[in-house]
Design a protein around this ligand. Structure first.
Ligand code: NAD
Length: 345
C-alpha cells in the first residue's frame, strides 16, 4: 500500500512512518516542519526507496493537490496537528488554523483526488485524534466510541471540530474514512516539552520537576510503538466509517508516573541525590481534566488488537532511550521557547 502520512516528522507520525516502511508499505511523509518536527525521527528510513518526504503545509491546497497527484497514495493517515495543550491555552490561533482549517483543506483535496481516481472504495482517509474530545471523567467509567463530545481546552475543541468535519465528509460526500481517538502517548522521540520528557530532562539537569496541582490527574498511557501498530491495524482492517478508541490499558495518577520515572533514574544514577526530591507542585493548568480512561472493547474484539507493553516496561525503555540519546534532545531544547517551557509539565 502507498500511504501519505501527514505530520510524519512529529512524535507519533514518525513512529507510524518507521513502522509502515518496516512492514513494506510505501510512505510519503508530508510535514510543514514546525517547531515540533524533527527529521532525525525518520533518519532510519530516509534513504529507503519506500520513503519520500514532502515539506508542505496542510493548509496549502495547491501543495496538497500537487503531492496527491504526484504520489497517488492508496490512503491518507492524517496526524499533522498542533498538539500541545499548554500552547493552545497561550495561543489558540494556530490550533484553529492547522487542526480545523488544515483538516478541512486536506479533506477537500482528498475528495477531489478520490473523485478523480473514480471513487475507489478501497481508498482510506484515516483521521488520528485524541480521547480529550470526550472531556473529563470522574473516578469511575471509561470513554467508549459513543461517549458524547465535551472538549474543554482550545486543543481538544479544535480536534473535536476536525473529527466532526471528517464524519461530515463521509456522510455528505461518501469519502471512505476511519477515525481513531487515542490516549496519551509516550516513548522514544517524544518532544522535550511534554510531561514525561520534561520529568526526565529536568531530573537529569537537577532542575525542579513541576507537577500540576496535587498530581492527582489520571491519564491512560499508550506506548507510541504500540499506537503505531494499532493505527496500521485500523487502517488496513478497520470497518469503514467507524471510530476506534485506542488505549494503553495503563492508567496512572501523574504523581505516581513521576515517582516511577524518578525510581528508574535512581537505578541508572545511583550516585545522584534521590530524583524525587526535585518534585515541585505548581499551580494547576486552567480547565485541567481530572481523568481520561479508554474502553478498549471495540478495537480488541473487532480487530484483536491489544497493547504489548505495560507502563513499567514502556517507561523503562523510554528512560533508557533518553539517557542514551542526548544528541537527539539537546538541540531541541535550544529551539524557540522550548527550553523555557521545561519549567511547565
Ligand atoms: P507532534 O506535535 O509531535 O507532531 C505534529 C507534526 O505535525 C509535526 O511534525 C509538525 O511539523 C506537523 N505539522 C504541524 N502543523 C502542520 C501543518 N499545518 N502542515 C503540515 N504539517 C504540520 O504531534 P504528535 O504528538 O505526534 O501527535 C500526532 C497526532 O496525534 C495529532 O493529530 C494529535 O492531535 C494526535 N494525538 C496525540 C497524542 C499524544 O499523546 N501525543 C494523543 C492523542 C492524539
Amino acid at each position: 500500500m502507498k500511504i501519505l502520512v501527514t505530520g510524519g516528522a512529529g512524535f507519533i507520525g514518525s513512529a507510524v512512518v518507521r513502522q509502515a516502511v518496516a512492514e513494506g508499505h510505501s510512505v510519503v511523509n508530508l510535514d510543514a516542519l514546525t517547531y515540533a518536527a524533527c527529521l532525525a525521527n525518520v533518519a532510519s528510513v530516509a534513504d529507503n526507496p519506500l520513503y519520500a518526504f514532502e515539506q508542505a503545509d496542510i493548509c496549502d491546497r495547491a501543495a496538497v493537490d500537487r503531492i496527491l497527484a504526484q504520489h497517488a497514495p492508496d490512503a491518507i493517515m492524517h496526524l499533522a496537528a498542533e498538539s500541545h495543550v499548554d500552547r493552545s491555552i497561550d495561543g489558540p490561533g494556530t490550533f484553529i488554523q492547522t487542526n480545523i482549517t488544515g483538516t478541512y483543506t486536506l479533506l477537500e483535496a482528498a475528495r477531489s483526488y478520490w473523485d478523480a481516481q473514480g471513487k475507489p472504495d478501497t481508498f482510506r482517509f484515516h483521521h488520528i485524534s485524541t480521547d480529550e474530545v470526550y472531556g473529563s471523567l470522574g473516578a469511575e467509567g471509561q470513554f467508549t466510541e459513543d461517549t458524547p463530545y465535551d472538549p474543554r481546552s482550545p486543543y481538544s475543541a479544535s480536534k473535536a471540530a476536525s473529527d466532526h468535519l471528517v464524519r461530515a465528509w463521509a456522510e455528505t460526500y461518501g469519502l471512505p474514512v476511519v477515525l481513531t481517538n487515542c490516549s496519551n502517548n509516550y516513548g522514544p522521540y517524544h518532544f522535550p516539552e511534554k510531561l514525561i520528557p520534561v520529568v526526565i530532562l529536568n531530573a537529569l539537569h537537577g532542575k525542579p520537576i513541576p507537577v500540576y496541582g496535587k498530581g492527582e490527574n489520571v491519564r491512560d498511557w499508550l506506548y507510541v510503538e504500540d499506537h503505531a501498530d494499532a493505527l496500521l491495524t485500523v487502517l488496513t482492517r478497520g470497518q469503514l466509517g467507524r471510530s476506534y478508541n485506542i488505549g494503553g490499558e495503563n492508567e496512572a495518577r501523574n504523581i505516581d508516573l513521576v515517582m516511577m520515572i524518578c525510581a528508574l533514574l535512581d537505578q541508572h544514577r545511583p550516585d545522584a541525590a534521590p530524583h524525587a526530591d526535585l518534585i515541585t507542585y505548581v499551580a494547576d493548568r486552567p480547565g485541567h481534566d481530572l481523568r481520561y480512561a479508554i474502553d478498549p472493547t471495540r478495537i480488541s474484539t473487532e480487530l484483536g488488537w491489544r497493547p504489548s507493553v505495560t507502563l513499567e516496561e514502556g517507561l523503562a525503555q523510554t528512560v533508557a532511550w533518553y539517557l542514551d540519546n542526548p544528541d537527539w534532545w539537546q538541540p531541541l531544547l535550544d529551539r524557540d521557547g522550548v527550553g523555557a517551557r521545561l519549567g511547565k509539565a
